[in-house]
Write a protein that binds this ligand. Structure first.
Ligand code: SR1
Ligand code: MG
Length: 429
């Protein structure tokens, strides 16, 4: 890693004091906050891996402010990261807002030089991952996330766009290479080799980490997925669609943080959601106070996971049937009854391929959260290492099978059944 930190004229990382002064110069934000800057309370609340996040509250209302740092916050200045990620995040948020309306936070102001976005303050929303760890029920989420994915993926694909527009989108996102490289390394490569930043629950999972580095079948499977990630510009992805990128209440869902956005394979986003549900499913053995206490919630997690995939599939297909506006599959080639039937069969085959990609990417995302650098608090908050390792070993076992024997998982119901089986059959540490 080179350690040259980007400098940019006009860029300075904000502090609570400088941010209040800066925001006071933006009339729209001043109006939202109300009162005078001296009355505003600014707190830095960022607990993610990359950025600064501030909450600013005035007498009338509040805003959230996200600013990119020129390095990876989790690791420090030894890992530089371009400020341009704020540009890609702003572009993706704008497109997602156009396609999904209130499923993303409203943008109040964007400053390219400062790599800073002022957004709607989401209150009383919390990060979904925290809510799921506490076994909170979110009745609207499956419907909302399946709508979000169906609309953002369908309408930015060749099924909806002309080739000219699609290529313009590829060009617009092509520079987000540093963020893609994080994914290429941390998800598709490092967990399968000796890498300085890898970590896992040790010594319990030492044999798993060692096996993963020797497992040629698994390394071929993950390399195929990596190739797909590198080369398949199917649609605009959120790029980091885990349950930490969702803020919600039981009534309202917002998808945040699309700084990893780029034109990539659709299954990567869908797989991210499925992976995080499976990790959460396994994690409750580490959180419940009495065995079985969370059985109902566990089943609810699997049921939601099933609804997410089936909802996504149905919505995506409907969008395709209603909006065949892209240059792929021109309607003029499929006139008449036979043409319509052939096209519908092709749509089903398309979704089957997307399902296969989804499974593989979900598996890769589960593995990276256990053997790679960046872990999930679903598992990390389990303080008893034996209990944590039990949950993690189960997740790893399912993920390996999903990645290597993808063809055995012909439906989401089978994935849920396999998760139950692994959990009940694998012994505790
Ligand atoms: C060094 S960044 C690690 C991870 O944080 C983000 O949320 C992405 O998931 C990335 O892979
Ligand atoms: Mg993030």
């Amino acid at each position: 890693m080179s350690a040259t930190i980007e400098t940019r004229k006009g860029y300075a990382p904000q502090t609570p004091a400088t941010l209040a002064a800066y925001l006071s110069g933006i009339p729209a934000v001043r109006m939202i906050l109300g009162g005078e800057p001296a009355q505003w309370r600014v707190t830095e609340v960022g607990d993610g891996n990359l950025n600064l996040v501030f909450i600013v509250k005035g007498p009338s209302d509040g805003v959230a402010v996200k600013q990119a740092l020129p390095y990876v916050r989790l690791v420090g200045e030894s890992w530089p990261l371009p400020l341009s990620r704020a540009h890609y995040e702003h572009m993706a948020l704008t497109e997602q807002a156009r396609l999904t309306g209130r499923l993303v936070p409203a943008i109040h102001h964007y400053d390219e030089k400062l790599a800073l976005i002022v957004m709607e303050l989401l209150e009383p929303h919390i990060i979904m991952r925290r809510g799921m760890i506490a076994a909170t029920i979110y009745p609207k989420f499956a419907d909302d996330i399946s709508t979000f994915m169906a609309r953002t993926l369908y309408f930015t694909s060749d099924l909806a766009l002309t080739a000219e527009k699609k290529k313009a989108m590829i060009a617009a996102f092509a520079g987000n290479t540093a963020l893609c490289k994080i994914t290429e390394d941390l998800i598709f490569t490092d967990p399968y080799r000796v890498a300085e930043l890898n970590r896992w629950t040790s010594p319990q999972l030492d044999p798993y980490a060692a096996r993963w580095r020797e497992d040629v079948e698994l390394k071929v499977a993950v390399s195929r997925l990596k190739l797909k990630f590198l080369s398949s510009a199917e649609a605009m992805l959120h790029g980091d669609l885990h349950t930490g990128s969702v803020m919600l209440t039981p009534e309202d869902t917002r998808i945040i943080d699309p700084e990893f956005a780029f034109m990539g394979p659709m299954g990567f986003d869908v797989g991210a959601v499925i992976a995080n549900f499976l990790i959460n499913y396994f994690s409750h053995d580490g959180h419940e106070e009495r065995p079985g206490e969370r059985d109902k919630y566990r089943e609810r997690v699997l049921a939601m996971m099933e609804q997410i995939w089936t909802g996504f599939r149905a919505k995506f297909l409907d969008l395709w049937r209603q909006n065949p506006t892209g240059d792929a599959y021109p309607p003029s080639l499929f006139a008449g009854e036979a043409g319509a039937a052939a096209l519908e069969a092709e749509r089903q085959a398309y979704m089957d391929r997307l399902w296969t990609d989804t499974l593989g990417f979900a598996a890769a995302k589960m593995i990276r959260r256990i053997l790679g650098l960046a872990h999930n608090i679903d598992l990390e908050l389990i303080t008893d290492k034996d209990r944590r390792a039990t949950c993690e070993a189960r997740a790893l076992t399912l993920a390996r099978d999903m990645m290597v024997h993808t063809g055995d998982y012909t439906s989401i119901v089978i994935v849920a059944e396999a998760a139950r089986k692994v959990r009940s059959e694998m012994k505790s540490y």
